[in-house]
Design a protein. Structure first.
Length: 188
């Protein structure tokens, strides 16, 4: 889902940028560093024009100035149960990986999911790929197929549903499924 979020970033500028165009340098630096970056919980899609730049503070010993910038941004945060489109990046015997923007999802034949009351994987496995779709290692490139019109190989556009999420410092990972109606490879 997309949200409008107020954020704060500390920007350091070299003394060569001091002058009448300092605000435009801060603006450019903010756009270069923040747009498209991931915090692990969300991805900054677009920074809006509403900026509040603090007075600069000179850092002792270096001459650099430090500015605190308050801004609004459109951010994207995936949720469990969300349906999204992506591109298959890797096909394995156990499943395949899908890139959905900054989120990397794994759709596997059998996946251990955490139980609802604890955070550790249960001993039960859940099928995330329909049983009529099988792995064909003899195909070039390797693919998941139903020997009909559904073919999943590297580069295939696919629609999945998020079943579980995991965040790291600057990356997001998910477990997805395509074992529901209207999920799976998209027509080319």
């Amino acid at each position: 889902m997309f949200f409008l979020k107020e954020l704060e970033k500390t920007i350091q500028l070299h003394p060569s940028y001091f002058g009448p165009l300092i605000r435009s340098h801060i603006h450019r630096e903010l756009l270069q560093k923040e747009e498209g970056s991931s915090t692990g919980k969300y991805t900054i899609v677009c920074i809006l024009d509403a900026f509040d730049i603090s007075d600069g503070k000179v850092l002792p010993g270096s001459g650099h100035a430090e500015y605190i910038v308050h801004y609004k941004a459109i951010v994207w945060r995936p949720y469990k149960g969300e349906v999204m489109d992506g591109v298959v990046t890797s096909v394995l015997r156990t499943g395949f990986f899908v890139d959905c923007g900054s989120l990397q999802a794994f759709v596997g034949r059998n996946v251990r999911m955490p139980c609802a009351s604890c955070r550790y994987p249960s001993t039960n496995t859940t099928q995330m790929i329909p049983s009529d779709i099988t792995f064909d290692a003899n195909a070039t490139p390797p693919q998941w197929t139903d020997n009909g019109e559904q073919v999943i190989e590297k580069g295939t556009n696919i629609r999945i549903k998020i079943k579980g999420l995991r965040s790291e410092v600057d990356k997001m990972f998910a477990v997805g499924t395509m074992k529901e109606d209207y999920l799976g490879p998209l027509p080319q």
